[in-house]
Design a protein around this ligand. Structure first.
Ligand code: MOS
Length: 744
């Protein structure tokens, strides 16, 4: 098939269809088996005890009381914990954090495991854990993001080189300058399915039922702790109830449950409670961001200087790279983004859906709105005046960028042209204050590395395999569509196996790059099959395709056609049967060659417009309309892509108005660590929500032209909502989430 290597790849009829989720019925009827649904013979329940202080030492655990409780089989503490082979402070893979696995009695953050209890029933283990009643020697905890803390350090690897002189030149050239500081709250990934594992040892082989966004990396990570080769670890992860970044890494509680299984010789099941999600499994760190912007007399940006202050734990170093959001968006003549971080007595933050961009663009989009207002021009017009034709930070050309179309289509649908420039001018029929705001969305499109295998059976059906993770985003459906097209088969002739570490490695379901990466590998595997099939047919005198090899073939509906003579074709099954009836297996891989990444800047873009209504007396805020238009390259499944983008925009509502983990300053404990106190939007908070996908052909981003839709929806939305609140009320709130009391 000669044409398949040209770009963009040739596509069949499955891609582009709004196919419903192939796993939908299994999920809504409860027949989908999630990790903690597994109950191997003789398994024990594990429950860990989270620290109730944020800094200090555990001085006493009532192990006798716990051990004496009926049904409790084991109490694991730092005193009797069996050794681990791998050092928990080491990072065995690029997707690793340091984990707390009862190394000692030290407490480094609230929620850290300080003991684990095993029991014959969940009730027994839970009661045993309660009976341990830890006593502490507490020290004052540092939990507030505050750069007076003497632990400030400069993380390397984020941000542009600090070209201060250049930026000061931009400052001197500016006619008007703003200097504003925005704060964003700490947020915790709260996937519907909490972290879980069912661990079972067989000699030095380990089988884990565990939700994972990165199966091969997780195998390598867990293998490190137990001193076994990565190939001895099997992870089964057919379904995930959400991930958002937090399920891509080995976590301390899961390591402890695996250790417990080895210690007892019995399978062990652990599932975190909702409260236990707040601490040991990552979060989006709070930020404090200072933005300085300058414009010349024409409203062209002379500089953007974006400094992010981020929190990290006392023992690891992930920081939210928020200021990076300013590197790729607006055509400022001078650009600087820099980060500092402070060590706090908190669990280590980690990547959480649109890490960096979500927090960074919230601040940037508000600052852009502030500048537009200062110079008295429409916020959309201000962004168009500063539209970047090449990536500002690097000068690279974009692989594609249909952002202008996004602005135009979303503004038109929203009715933006009718907006008053002044704040506080609009009221609805019920006397509510009405405000309109907008923001630009941007998220880069990284790729990981993936492999896949495709097997065409003699009956003309096929099996495709890759260890892809469906977190709920629909990978199981969209990836199957890509695979079916590469093989020229209807979707129902295809069996798609994923979610198992024994399959070819699909890489990481993260960075909004899973469809592009795993899909690229599936596509290549299908093409490898079709190439082999074509060679067989072309060499077979009995085939109508005999001798047509140089022209190439197109696979469609289970038949191979000569590329330049569609009337010459033969069914796959006939070709295989004459060749002896053995199935044909093909392999494929995908990753982005570094030279491609050097040549082009690659990002998904979008424009989000928000309407809020605010009660003039109570200041209750409602997002009444959100319209987002996004350009993200080829859309494999419009239904699923729109669903992803909507989910992102809803997260934007959450970021702007709801989500915040609050620490008790006295103990460092998170006081709202459950869904009663930690607010996320419910249906009543989500009114008119509209997603437009803007057509975009991208010949450079990858062979399939796919950019990714998983995270970009959050990025423009937060600023759009905050700007709408300002437009409604005249009040500029520089702290997220925006609360009623901020408006009083
Ligand atoms: Mo995401 S934070 O790349 O799972």
């Amino acid at each position: 098939m000669s044409d398949v290597l040209s770009r963009p790849a040739r596509f069949g009829s499955n891609s582009g269809q709004p196919v419903t989720r192939r796993d939908g019925i299994a999920k809504v009827t409860g027949s989908a088996i999630f990790a903690a649904d597994n109950a191997p013979d003789g398994f024990l329940h594990a429950v860990f005890v989270p620290a109730r202080i944020a800094r200090g030492r555990v001085t006493h655990l009532d192990t006798e009381a716990a051990q004496a409780h009926p049904g409790v089989t084991h109490v694991i503490t730092p005193q009797n914990r069996p050794p681990l082979q791998g050092d928990p402070s080491e990072k065995p893979t690029m997707f690793s954090f340091r984990v707390e696995v009862l190394q000692d009695n030290t407490v480094r953050y609230a929620g850290q495991p300080v003991a684990m209890v095993l029991g014959e029933t969940l009730e027994a283990a839970t009661e045993g854990a309660r009976l341990l009643a830890p006593r502490y020697d507490a020290e004052p905890a540092r939990v507030r993001l505050d750069d007076s803390v003497p632990y400030a350090f400069d993380p390397v690897g984020f941000g542009l080189p600090a070209d201060v002189e250049h930026v000061e030149g931009g400052h001197r050239a500016a006619e008007k300058v703003i200097d504003v500081t925005y704060e964003t709250a700490s947020q915790y990934h709260n996937a519907m399915e909490t972290h879980a594992v069912v661990a079972e040892w067989d000699g030095d082989r380990l089988t884990l039922d565990m939700p994972s966004q990165a199966l091969a990396l997780s195998c390598a990570g867990y293998a490190h702790f137990f001193g076994i080769p990565a190939e001895n670890v099997t992870i089964r992860s057919p379904y995930l109830g959400g991930g958002f970044g937090s399920k891509a890494f080995p976590t301390g509680p899961q390591v402890l449950a695996i250790l417990a299984a080895r210690m007892t010789g019995r399978p062990v099941k652990l599932m975190l409670t909702r409260q236990q999600m707040f601490g040991p499994v990552g979060h989006r760190g709070a930020t404090c961001q200072r933005l300085r912007l300058g414009v010349d007399g024409d409203g062209a940006l002379t500089f953007i200087d974006h400094e992010g202050l981020a929190e990290t734990s006392s023992f690891d170093d992930f920081v939210e790279p928020a200021a990076g959001a300013s590197q790729g968006l607006y055509a400022a003549r001078a650009l600087r983004s820099a980060h500092r971080a402070v060590r706090l007595d908190i669990g280590t933050p980690g990547p959480m859906r649109a890490p960096g961009e979500a927090s960074g663009s919230a601040a940037l989009e508000c600052a852009m709105d502030e500048m537009a207002e200062k110079i008295g021009i429409d916020p959309l017009e201000f962004r168009l005046r500063n539209y970047a034709e090449t990536e500002p930070g690097t000068g690279r050309r974009y692989s594609s960028k249909a952002l202008r179309e996004c602005y135009a289509q979303a503004a038109e649908r929203f009715g933006w042209a009718g907006r008053s420039l002044e704040s506080g001018q609009m009221r609805d029929d019920n006397g509510l204050l009405v405000g309109w705001g907008m923001g630009t969305a941007l998220f880069p499109c990284p790729m990981f590395a993936a492999e896949a295998r495709a097997t065409l059976h003699p009956d003309g059906t096929a099996l495709v395999e890759t260890s892809a993770a469906d977190m709920g985003q629909g990978a199981w459906t969209a990836l199957a569509q890509i695979a079916a097209d590469s093989l020229g088969l209807p979707l129902d002739k295809l069996e798609f196996r994923a979610g198992h570490s024994g399959l070819p490695d699909a890489g990481v379901a993260g960075g909004s790059g899973h469809t592009a990466t795993a899909g690229g590998a599936l596509h290549a595997a299908g093409i490898d099959v079709i190439r082999q099939l074509g060679e067989i047919a072309a060499a077979d005198p009995a085939s109508p395709l005999h001798g047509s090899g140089n022209a190439g073939f197109v696979a469609r509906d289970g038949r191979l056609h000569v590329a330049d003579d569609d009337s010459r074709s033969e069914a796959f099954a006939d070709i295989i049967s004459r060749a002896g009836g053995a199935g044909i297996t093909g392999n494929g891989s995908a990753s982005r060659p570094p030279e491609d990444a050097e040549k082009h800047a690659m990002s998904s873009h979008g424009a989000v417009f928000a309407e809020v209504k605010v009660d003039p007396d109570l200041y209750q805020m409602r997002v009444t309309r959100l319209v987002g238009a996004f350009a993200a390259g080829r859309i494999i499944n419009p239904r699923l892509a729109e669903s992803q983008l909507m989910g992102g925009m809803i997260w934007g509502i959450s970021f702007a108005l709801h989500e915040e983990a609050r620490h008790d300053p006295r103990t460092g404990h998170i006081v709202n660590a459950d869904f009663a106190g930690y607010h996320v939007p419910v249906n009543a908070d989500v009114r008119g929500l509209e997603v437009i996908t803007v057509h975009e052909d991208d010949p450079y981003v990858n062979a399939l032209g796919i950019k990714g839709v998983g995270e970009v929806g959050i990025t423009g939305t937060v600023g759009a909502i905050a700007n709408a609140v300002r437009h409604a009320t005249g009040k500029r709130i520089r702290r997220f989430p925006i609360r009623i009391e901020d408006l009083l």
